[in-house]
Ligand binder design. Structure first.
Ligand code: SF4
Length: 369
């Protein structure tokens, strides 16, 4: 712990987002970056608690106090090494993780949490900039072959771990590009796809083989895979959407979030797609569902120049602050305003969809209750 008084002397400072007027004109990442000195000062706010809860809350068990200390001291190599010891791609989580670690930060009991997520993204970006993130070629090979089906975050992570353990890994992806939700789910304004490509190139250099446009069960059978590989990992994600069984669901103009987000990501990538172009330009758009995916649809509709964007949430509006029944260190059920909401969105609470109304087979309205 480099600065035992950091949490007293330094206030939380977030990097903030690009101005709304500027960012809605493009699909570039909205979040800005702090300079190196400010970032290291932010890391100095970590108290290196006797019993830290941040890594208890982190889904990948990140050793947060350890790499905050290394970051504060400017040892980017060590900070990056500690980050990578539990996380195959901290540059992704540092951008898009909801950061439960910060909700469980001990400092957050009476003060504002350490900017853990931003510190994570900055650490790994600095490490890349300094040439400290280089391919780690496994020294031994076990002779075992593993097929991983699906190249989303779980498929990539398991492929990395198995490859580092010395197994020969091949990842199968049915889409035309690698990354799953990282590639075609999360909008570019939250995760630039060059960041995804950079990590995949690193994995390739480390020996992982990737095959796109291969649909297991169609292009190659499961039986063939089992004959060719010692083990098969299913990391196919959950692409089946939850439908709304209400009147008018079949009307044109009602889409699943993934149809919409995936298509815009494909357009940004400059690749062709099948079917109708879904474009919100000049339209009144209602997003049903108040979570992060809904928020991504809000941001996409605003960039497409929708006339109006609203978002329905079935639950009541959350409180601004933690309530007595929702104590630290648990996830805080408080109002979250995303960068997409800031760009323009009418948020509506405690409402559900009763039916879709249409004319000549096309949606014209939604009845809610
Ligand atoms: S931002 Fe997410 S991945 Fe990173 S330390 Fe926090 S909980 Fe873990």
């Amino acid at each position: 712990m480099g600065n035992p008084k950091g949490f007293i002397e330094v206030e939380r400072k977030v990097s903030g987002n690009r101005p709304v007027r500027e960012r809605v004109d493009d699909y570039g990442e909205v979040e800005q970056v702090l300079d190196d000195q400010d970032r290291r000062l932010q890391a100095s706010r970590c108290m290196d608690c006797g019993i830290p809860y941040c890594h208890w809350a982190c889904p990948v068990g990140s050793k947060i106090p350890e790499w905050q200390d290394a970051l504060y001291k400017g040892d980017y190599g060590l900070a990056s090494q500690i980050l990578h010891s539990t996380n195959s791609f901290p540059e992704f989580t540092g951008r898009v993780c909801p950061a439960p670690c910060e909700k469980s930060c001990v400092l957050a009991i009476h003060n504002e949490a350490v900017t853990i997520r931003e510190n994570e993204a900055s650490t790994v970006e600095k490490a890349f900039e300094l040439g400290l993130v280089i391919p780690r070629i496994p020294k031994i090979r076990t002779g075992k072959k593993v097929a991983v089906i699906g190249s989303g975050p779980s498929g990539l992570s398991v492929a990395d771990r198995l490859n580092q353990a010395g197994h020969s890994v091949c990842v199968f992806e049915r889409d035309d590009a690698l990354g799953g939700l990282l590639r075609y789910g999360i909008p570019d304004f939250k995760l630039n796809k060059k960041v995804v490509d950079r990590r995949i190139h690193l994995f390739e250099a480390e020996g992982i083989e990737f095959r796109t446009n291969v649909s297991v069960g169609e292009t190659i059978s499961g039986k063939e895979l089992l004959q060719q590989y010692d083990a098969v990992v299913l990391a196919i994600g959950a692409m089946k959407p939850r439908d709304l069984a209400v009147e008018g669901r079949e009307l044109a103009g009602v889409y699943f979030a993934m149809e919409y987000l995936k298509q815009q990501n494909k357009v940004n990538r400059g690749v062709t797609f099948n079917g109708e172009r879904i474009n919100a330009a000049g339209k009144r758009v209602l997003v049903i569902g108040g979570g992060d995916t809904g928020s991504d649809c809000v941001g996409t509709a605003n960039r497409q120049r929708a006339e109006w964007v609203g978002q329905l949430e079935i639950l009541p509006r959350p409180p601004e602050k933690r309530q007595p029944g929702n104590p630290w260190p648990y996830w805080a059920n408080v109002l979250k305003t995303s960068s997409s909401h800031e760009e323009g969105c009418e948020r509506m609470w405690s409402l559900s969809t009763r039916r879709f109304i249409g004319e000549k087979g096309r949606l014209t309205g939604v009845e809610v209750q």
